[in-house]
Design a protein around this ligand. Structure first.
Ligand code: ADP
Ligand code: MG
Length: 657
């Protein structure tokens, strides 16, 4: 970085804080938007409030300090047609540079303070140009400064080295990397900028896909026990289920059977919306391991979910004569030893990884795996190579799933079980929340159960718990007087939480007042109504997950979203609630969420690899994704300059094995 003109150690340090350490980092620093084109006007023709560019010469300059903490640089600018007072806020140091006679080009608009300057160029430069790039600014580095540095880097770097084989570039009709980088930072128009971005997206996607393909090759020698044909235990399991499997479940099971028959470790992603019945398939896979004399492990992201799974799985397994063990931090160490005798283990990842010698592990199921990053997922299996089934309820379009997981096979459970009625969702304003509770009590009186979700406060887990306690108390003395109300929050001790869930499962509680800890996996089909308080504070994905706690049985279920009236909400909060009322389709909601929140949010920041893609726009770039995938397949066996890129891309992200 310090090879650039006027970059010393202190500036280099500031840049470092933005993750910019080399000239290359700077060149690959993506503008988050471009300035709109604006007309250049003679000063005499500038209209109030209109954003324009003017060009002229400084006549006079002075600095005023009308109050503490406010410094105005005021310069009179003339262009022959007229004169205008231009104003900069809090940049007193600029006055020195704006000496009379200086040529300037200014972009801004005419208002209360004269011509308020948004960006400016002295003696050439590109800050006021149409489509000038805008970089995310930080306190000590303005977009203008970054623009200058990037321009210097572009000049210094000259021809950029291009790792793409020339033939490929020609085939795919891509601009050279140098041209793309220049157009990214200094485009003549938005279309040019977009073409450049796509070329750079292609590069990173290709490198990413190549890395995944290599890894696949590297694992070709791994083996897992081939489990042959389904046996007697899973036949009894099917007979034991109180329902027939959906087509999606049957297909997923057939996929799993196909994988398990081979000595090559299964790497399968099971995708299905909340409540689609993934757990049934998961238990099937685990039983296949057990009946073949091996072990199966079901790993969940939280203790609540692990315990919940245990409560679901244990009675079925008992019936089948297969011992099951629960491994969470709440289970005392001596009991864990007992659990080691079990053929099927249920627990949080941490414990299963730390405590257990799983040399005879044949099948691992990873639930809600979207909550984990790449490293964590790898750590699950460590040096072992069991068959792995990853489950996720975050709907991801298939091509994207292939991009993210690259080397995973995908099974989808597209439809919910047939006896399900779509959850009816209503948006209720706070003034009418008493009606919501009336409705809820009606369900309780009919023998159903309910959830009340507490407002989300952006504070610690502890204050969240305290607020939930107060809310539960308030409800016990108010809307829910006379009913059995339990309270579930993140600060409960594991044993308390387990007892609570067991009580709710056994219908010894009518209502569970809860924080978002119930968001994932809690499964009580008799719960048919949910009230979410201050629903406008929750994210869309979160609301969808929460709502998935009801509608799990044959009864019609309801979700009542309580919030302030629409006029008082932000646009995006209103859009979220409207979307929730309009549809229960997780895929559609994911798309809406993406629209509301913008790029890069589809899967959350922790999603493997995706957060490392800087230029790719997941939805707009499906064609580029396909293109890169196909190219990666062709190039996987070839050595070349791309190797270094692959190494570089993955080096930062993976701790040495
Ligand atoms: P997911 O993990 O996909 O959110 P679950 O596996 O927890 O969903 O299933 C949700 C509920 O649906 C459970 O109560 C389960 O017993 C029930 N269920 C699963 N499969 C079926 C089916 N084929 N028919 C009826 N109910 C089912
Ligand atoms: Mg589940």
């Amino acid at each position: 970085m310090e090879t650039l003109p006027r970059v010393g150690p202190s500036l280099a340090k500031k840049l470092g804080r933005l993750g910019l350490r080399t000239v290359r980092d700077l060149l690959e620093h993506r503008p988050h938007r471009y300035e709109q084109p604006v007309p250049e006007r003679p000063i005499a023709e500038v209209l109030a409030e209109e954003e324009v560019a003017i060009a002229g010469e400084v006549r006079t300059v002075n600095v005023r300090r009308p109050r503490r903490r406010l410094a105005l640089v005021e310069a009179r600018i003339s262009d022959g047609t007229g004169e205008v007072k231009a104003t900069w806020f809090n940049q007193a140091w600029l006055a020195e540079k704006l000496q009379p006679g200086t040529r300037v080009r200014l972009r801004g608009s005419l208002g209360r303070y004269g011509f308020t300057v948004k960006s400016y160029d002295l003696d050439g430069g590109g800050a006021t140009a149409d489509f000038a790039p805008v970089y995310p600014a930080t306190e000590d580095l303005t977009p203008k400064r970054i623009r200058e540095l990037v321009a210097a880097a572009l000049d210094l770097a000259g021809e950029q080295w291009d790792a793409l084989p020339a033939a490929l570039r020609v085939d795919e009709q891509l601009p050279s990397r140098s041209d793309a980088l220049r157009a990214l930072h200094q485009p003549a128009g938005l279309e040019e900028a977009e073409t450049a971005r796509k070329r750079l997206a292609f590069d990173e996607l290709l490198v990413f896909q190549l890395g995944l393909a290599r890894r696949r090759v590297g694992r070709e020698a791994d083996t897992a026990p081939a489990l042959g044909e389904p046996g007697e235990v899973v036949a009894r399991y099917r007979a034991l289920l109180p329902f027939t499997l959906t087509d999606g479940q049957e297909r997923a099971i057939a996929d799993v059977d196909g994988d398990l028959a081979k000595p090559k470790p299964m790497e399968r992603l099971l995708q299905g919306d909340v409540g689609s019945g993934k757990t049934v398939v998961a238990l099937y896979a685990l039983l296949r391991a057990a009946e073949a004399g091996f072990r199966g492990a079901l790993m969940a992201p939280t203790e609540t979910l692990a315990e919940q799974h245990f409560l679901t799985v244990e009675p079925l397994c008992r019936e089948l004569g297969i011992p099951v063990g629960l491994l969470t931090s709440s289970v005392p160490a001596r009991e864990r030893v007992g659990a080691l005798e079990a053929r099927i283990l249920v627990g949080t990842h941490a414990l299963i990884q730390e405590d257990v010698d799983l040399s005879d592990l044949a099948v691992a199921v990873v639930d809600e795996q979207h909550r984990f990053g790449v490293e964590q997922r790898r750590a699950i299996t460590g040096s072992r190579s069991p068959h792995v089934l990853h489950m996720t309820a975050t709907p991801i379009p298939r091509t994207l799933a292939l991009t993210v997981y690259g080397d995973l096979a995908v099974s989808e459970i597209a439809e919910p079980p047939a006896n399900r009625k779509p959850i009816v969702t209503a948006w209720v304003t706070e003034e009418r929340s008493s009606e919501a509770y009336k409705r809820l009590r009606k369900h309780l009186d009919d023998g159903r159960q309910a959830y009340v979700v507490c407002p989300l406060i952006e504070e610690s887990e502890t204050s969240l718990a305290r607020a939930a306690e107060r809310e539960a108390e308030r409800l016990r003395n108010g809307e829910l007087r006379g009913y059995r109300v339990g309270l579930l929050h993140g600060r409960l001790r594991p044993a308390e939480r387990r007892d609570l869930m067991a009580q709710f499962n056994a219908r010894e509680l009518d209502v569970l007042v809860a924080t978002t800890v119930i968001e994932v996996g809690v499964d009580v089909p008799n719960a048919t109504i949910m009230i979410v308080q201050e629903a406008d504070r929750f994210g869309l994905a979160q609301l969808h997950q929460l709502r998935g706690r009801v509608g799990r049985g044959a009864e019609q279920s309801y979700c009542l979203l309580v919030s302030r009236p629409g006029e008082e909400l932000t646009d995006s909060a209103r859009e979220r609630l409207e979307a929730m009322v309009r549809t229960t389709d997780g895929f559609e909601l994911a798309e809406v969420d993406l629209d509301i929140r913008g790029e890069g949010q589809l899967l959350g920041t922790r999603q493997a690899g995706l957060s490392d893609l800087r230029f790719t726009r997941l939805r707009a770039d499906r064609d580029v994704i396909e293109q890169a995938r196909a190219a990666a397949d062709r190039l996987v066996g070839e050595a070349g300059p791309l190797d270094d890129e692959v190494e570089r891309f993955f080096a930062d992200r993976e701790p040495a094995a």
